[in-house]
Design a binder for this molecule. Structure first.
Ligand code: CLF
Ligand code: SF4
Length: 451
């Protein structure tokens, strides 16, 4: 990667898989209005228990948003990016987006600014995005064929008119491509988000991947449709299902070699705060924030120094682990579910896991290929049997679970399901642990202990 590009992505948890172990994002829900309808979206208000895009607990004015950003920056040293990602469209609700960014940039100049948009209004704001030093823009592109698009986006509102069906999808498509080309020509890094909707665009996303690669997209993030009748979305209500974890992985594997894939997305809420995969949004609702807040850079600065050292060690550990894997001479791949709460280490107890990071080890590398959410197994000292059943279902296709600690009972249940639970590498770098296990499995190395 060119050094100028690395400088832009090295602290961005979404644009760099490595950075996501160390750095956090926050979203402020300042842009509630939207100019299109997606069949997977219901901009529901006040539902704190759901984690999916478009859902927020409170919408903010730009003034409130600035206070919140300062409060989070003072308290969450990992914070490196401010994103505006709904619950509507950041480019359509432009005045609120622009005002918020301008005010935050004045208070905390080193915070990266990031937006997510459906692309319809994007070309109108490219010049201002460049002026505001926005280096990262996400465009949600689910189709390049308007016939497919009409099944996903029933209407758009454009130039004071409502359009429907294929005509609407054609306009949306043209505006998305125009915005993408304008931004890449100006050196802004573009991530494309695509929602994988089985039976609608799953096959078609191969074509989308080609188009966005040809137009210079930096990353392509294929996310699973989240669909449930309780969400009140069109797809939820008609019973359109999301893809299974292994179906998503199969499509992502097919796309390897095309536009570079992002595989660590957590489909954040529009008011998410914290490392990807954790959400501290409820700690920073307005009732937790003082009326007057002043930015104090000390915690963030101290944290950056620690991360710089940690990252150096991590790079060495990764390269040694890859050598260990290659030295086995095996061509096999191994899927491992890792319990981690950050820092790139195996540092979470099995009973506390809410999501596993999924790694694939093979002679090509040891890479994060996804995550699986589960219900927390241990609550208040007791293991919940139903949660364990859910975890077993979520671990479909996984051969090894790596965690800092696991009790005898869940370990035995995992073993009975054909999954080995290993807790001998607690607080090790993830790649070091996986490399050692891989060598023991396929290369005759010795393993500290296995279930
Ligand atoms: Fe937010 Fe999106 Fe910026 Fe990241 S999220 S606006 S690029 S700062 Fe990241 Fe969350 Fe996935 Fe988005 S994990 S949903 S990709
Ligand atoms: Fe919802 Fe975003 Fe689609 Fe608008 S563009 S309908 S906010 S998912």
């Amino acid at each position: 990667m060119e050094s100028a590009v690395w400088e832009k992505v090295k602290d961005h948890p979404c644009y760099s898989e490595e950075a996501h172990h160390y750095y956090a994002r926050m979203h402020v829900a300042v842009a509630p209005a939207c100019n299109i309808q997606c069949n997977y979206c219901n901009r529901k208000y006040d539902c704190a228990n759901e984690s999916r895009p478009g859902v927020v607990s409170e919408k903010l004015t730009p003034d409130q948003a600035v206070r919140k950003v300062i409060a989070v920056a003072n308290d969450v040293p990992q914070l490196s990016v401010l994103g505006i990602a709904g619950p509507g469209d950041a480019c359509y609700d432009w005045n609120r987006t622009r005002t918020t960014f301008a005010r935050v940039a004045k208070e905390i100049p080193d915070l990266k600014l990031c937006i997510s948009t459906n692309g319809l209004a994007l070309p109108d704001h490219v010049a201002e995005l460049c002026d505001m030093n926005v280096d990262h823009v996400t465009i949600t592109i689910n189709m390049v064929d308007p016939e497919v698009g009409a099944e996903i986006h029933p209407w758009i509102f454009y130039k004071h008119r409502r359009y429907t069906g294929v005509e609407a999808a054609r306009i949306l498509h043209e505006r998305q491509m125009l915005g993408l080309e304008m931004l890449t020509a100006r050196g802004i890094l573009i991530k494309i988000n695509s929602v994988m909707i089985p039976g609608v665009n799953d096959e078609h996303l191969v074509e989308v991947n080609k188009w966005v690669k040809e137009r210079g997209a930096f990353l392509h993030n294929v996310m699973p449709l989240i669909s449930d009748p309780k969400h009140g979305t069109h797809y939820g209500l008609i019973g359109r299902r999301g893809p299974k974890a292994m179906e998503l992985k199969a499509l992502q594997d097919r796309l390897a070699g095309g536009a570079t894939l992002m595989r660590h997305c957590r489909q954040c809420r529009a008011d998410a705060v914290g490392l990807l995969g954790e959400d501290r949004g409820q700690d920073f609702t307005l009732d937790h924030i003082a009326d007057e807040v002043t930015y104090d850079a000390s915690k963030r600065n101290a944290y950056r120094e620690v991360v710089a050292r940690e990252r150096g060690d991590h790079v060495v550990a990764k390269s040694e682990a890859l050598e260990t894997v290659k030295a086995t001479g095996s061509g096999r791949s191994l899927l491992v579910a890792v319990a981690s709460k950050g820092g790139g280490r195996v540092n979470e107890h099995f009973g506390h896991v809410r999501e596993f990071q999924i790694y694939e080890a093979s002679p090509r590398g040891i890479s994060l290929v996804g995550h699986r959410k589960i219900e927390q197994y241990c609550l208040g000292g007791w293991g919940e049997d139903s949660a364990l059943e859910g975890a077993l279902a979520a671990l479909d296709g996984i051969e090894v679970v790596l965690c800092a600690k696991i009790g005898e009972c869940p370990k035995a249940r995992l073993t009975a399901a054909g999954i080995r639970a290993i807790d001998d590498y607690g607080y090790e770098h993830i790649e070091t642990a996986i490399g050692t296990i891989y060598a023991a499995e396929f290369g005759g190395g010795s393993l500290a202990a296995t279930a």
